[in-house]
Structures are given as C-alpha cells and as structure tokens.
Design a protein around this ligand. Structure first.
Ligand SMILES: Cc1cc2nc3c(=O)[nH]c(=O)nc-3n(C[C@H](O)[C@H](O)[C@H](O)COP(=O)(O)OP(=O)(O)OC[C@H]3O[C@@H](n4cnc5c(N)ncnc54)[C@H](O)[C@@H]3O)c2cc1C
Length: 390
C-alpha cells in the first residue's frame, strides 16, 4: 500500500479528466486512473458553451461548422444555418482527451495508467481500490471516495451501484477528407433514414483533414458497418481512404442513482448521461464530472456521504427536462420513414431552427421566446395530425 487519496477518479475521458482537474484545484489529493491506449470512438461535435464553461483553448477545435444539412428518407435536404455567429465545434478525441488529462495532472492530480478491478472495504476506515497496471501487475491505493467515470460499461457502476444504463451501439469510420470542390466540409450532415438507422440517425461530420461518418442503433442484427458503407456511397465518400473503423456503446438514459450513499459517485457515460435523439455526450460528461467532483468535495468537507447525491440532483434540475423532451422526440420521430419525412419537414421552419441552435449551443431552454414555442407547438400538431403536408 503506497498511497491514500481523498478521491480516486476511475477513467480519463472528458468526465474523469474534468473531475480530477476540479478536485486537484480544490486542493484535494486526487488519483486519475485510466486504461489508456484507445482513442474514444466519437463524432467529436461540441457546442460553444462547452468551450466557454470548461475553458478549452481554441487550437483544440479543428473545425467550426456553421450549419447542418438534414436529409430525409426521400432525400429531401433541409439546410439549417446558424444565424447568430455561433458554430458547432469539432474536436479530435485523441488530442482533446489528452489535453484534459494533462490539465488535470498540471493542476496536481496523480496520473496513473491501469485498469480498475474492484473496491475492498475491509476493517480500515478508508476503502482500497484495486487495479491492474499496464504491465499486468496487481496494484492498490486507498481512497476516501471514488468517482466512476469509466464509460458506458462502467465496472465501478456495475460493482457499486448495481445498475447499467441501456445503450445503443454507435459506429463510425474516420476517413480522409476528399480534395476538390465536390466536398466543402462546411456542414454537419445528418441523415434520418430507416435504411441508415432504424431508431437513431446517421452522420457525416467534417473535422478538417478527416471526416467522421457514422450511425447508431439499439436494434440487434442491424449492421452498422453496412449502413456506414451505404452512407459513404450516398455522400460520395466511398473511395476516400479509411483511417479507422471503430464503435462503442452509447448509453440512453441517466441512471436513477449515481451514488451508493457511501463513497462512490458516477459521472458521464457511466451515469448514462448522453442526450437522447442527438447522442451528445461530451458536454454532459464534463458537466457530470464537475458535479461529481463538487459532490465528493462536499462529502469530504462535511463528512456526510449524502452530499454525493447532489451530483445527480443538480444535473437533472438543469437538464432533466431537456433529456425528457429529447427522449420523447427520439421515441416518436425516429420510428418510421413516414415520421422521419415529417420531422425533416418541420426542420425547415425558421423558429424550429433558431430554437434548436440556441438550445444546442447554449444548453439552456430558451424561455425568452414564448411565441416561437407556441408556434412550434401548433406546427408540430399540424404535422402530427397530417394537416400540414411533408
Ligand atoms: C461513435 C460515437 C460517436 C459519438 N459522437 C459524439 C459527438 O459527436 N458529440 C458528443 O458530444 N458525443 C458523442 N458521443 C458520445 C461521447 O463520446 C461520450 O458521451 C463521451 O465520451 C463520454 O465521456 P466519459 O468521460 O463519460 O466516457 P469515455 O469518453 O468513454 O471515457 C471513459 C474512460 O474510462 C476509461 N476506462 C474504462 N474502463 C476502465 C477501467 N476499468 N479502468 C480504468 N479506466 C477505464 C477509458 O479508457 C476511457 O478513457 C459519441 C459516441 C460514440 C460511441
């Protein structure tokens, strides 16, 4: 036994690296334990709010996209421009995540490479965290609290919360961006089409020199690889060089409990925090990491483990209703090509576009525009009841 930490953070993705950074800044002794060695499969799209809130330097953003092209099953294209000077930022996860981990270490966190195995609560007051080093050796530290930020299949969550968020599987291919005028790389292209995903959407996200082409689905037996092949054909990207093929689970709903009421709290994908309908998880992981760090710091300060519960409460208070609305949207609009066609038609509406971008970029429900909300409600009803044609 070498060390005793205030908090051991398991997982060095956006959630864990943010938590470790914040804890070290609070002056708490912090371990950041990460498996390392694998680039997280991810479209890498992030909102400007993330850059502001988490102080991300500009050079990590490899592309700023000022609009989206939404494509329906009948190949109807709707262009959604961001008219407010905002953008969707693109980050490459190998560089982005490593930046966050280095920042955590610079703030004072101890960084170790290893795979979490289990927590032992023997007679000692402080639990023991067991892990396996990169060389395959068994190792251990003591930690008063543990933050489980070890992704969608969280071993910390399985062992200590006993729950597991349901997930879709997402897969993408990172390809070389084609040269020449046929490809402009200026929009995020989003395809709502049952051939490409029976229950989610498919995407083409431009990252400057590379492009992420991907899709997701919870349906067993649906071939994500074949779907991405079809999408590459449709988008004219079939013959560009493929750099990586990779996939990962994407959790669907926030877990009902993120903490064990004692010494463990989850964050990010481990807590199930990916927005339904959009699959956006990076911002919510970083926020979850921050809230988990605050909660652990408060539990340590007061000696009251009930403080760990504040991470989920604070998250759901701010974002619970948005997650609910997005869940409803996914369950309704992504169910058939008939509905997808209508959904894309709704996206032509200027109010829908403005509110969508506002909500995405700033991560707040826009309450300042009550008339726009009312108009969207009535237009939605018209499309749902068939009074408006797609
Ligand atoms: C194909 C795909 C495309 C996506 N596109 C987007 C997108 O465009 N925009 C967006 O916002 N979100 C996107 N997401 C979601 C986003 O990637 C995740 O929500 C986000 O990475 C969650 O961050 P996290 O830190 O919680 O988990 P992760 O990023 O998964 O990090 C978990 C970390 O824990 C480590 N770990 C795991 N197990 C252990 C263990 N036992 N011991 C030690 N370490 C361990 C892993 O090595 C990893 O570093 C996408 C996801 C997928 C799969």
């Amino acid at each position: 036994m070498n060390d005793t930490y205030d908090v051991a953070v398991i997982g060095g993705g956006p959630a864990g690296a943010t938590a470790a950074h914040d804890l070290a800044k609070h002056g708490l002794s912090t371990l950041l334990l990460d498996k390392a060695g694998r680039i997280k499969p991810c479209g890498g799209a992030i909102p400007p709010r993330l850059l502001r809130q988490f102080d991300i330097p500009d050079h990590l953003v490899v592309n700023r996209v000022n609009g989206a092209k939404i494509v329906s099953p009948k190949a109807k294209n709707v262009r959604m421009n961001i008219n407010t000077g905002g953008f969707v930022g693109m980050v490459d996860r190998d560089v982005f995540d490593e930046h966050l981990r280095v920042r955590a270490a610079d703030a004072g966190a101890d960084r170790r490479i290893g795979t979490f195995d289990r927590i032992d609560r023997d007679s000692a007051a402080v639990p023991t965290v067991h892990y396996t080093t990169r060389d395959g050796d068994a190792a251990q530290v003591r930690a008063r609290h543990v933050i489980g930020a070890d992704g969608a299949l969280s071993a910390v969550g399985r062992e200590n919360i006993g729950d597991h968020a349901p997930f879709v599987f997402a897969y993408h291919e990172v390809i070389r961006a084609p040269a020449g005028p046929a490809y402009d790389g200026a929009t995020c292209d989003v395809y709502y089409d049952g051939r490409l995903s029976p229950d989610f959407y498919a995407w083409v996200f431009p990252h400057g020199d590379t492009v992420s082409v991907g899709t997701g689905s919870a349906q067993k037996g649906f071939s994500l690889k074949r779907s991405v092949g079809t999408l590459r054909d449709i988008a004219g990207l079939a013959h560009t060089e493929t750099i990586r093929r990779e996939g990962a689970p994407l959790p669907l709903y926030p877990l009902k409990r993120w903490d064990n009421g004692r010494d463990v709290v989850l964050a990010g994908d481990a807590a199930g925090c990916v927005a339904p309908a959009s699959g956006e998880g990076i911002y919510y992981a970083m926020l979850g990491g921050r809230l988990a760090a605050d909660a652990a710091a408060e539990a340590l300060r007061t000696g009251d483990a009930r403080a760990l519960g504040q991470a989920r409460r604070r998250f759901m208070k701010t974002h619970g209703s948005v997650f609910w609305i997005l869940g409803f949207m996914q369950n309704y609009w992504y169910k058939s090509d008939w509905r997808r066609e209508r959904f894309v038609a709704i996206c032509q509406d200027a109010d829908v576009q403005d509110l969508t971008w506002d909500a995405y970029m700033n991560k707040e429900l826009v309450v300042a525009k009550p008339m726009a909300h009312a108009r969207i409600f009535f237009k939605n009803m018209a499309y749902l009841t068939g009074l408006a044609a797609a």
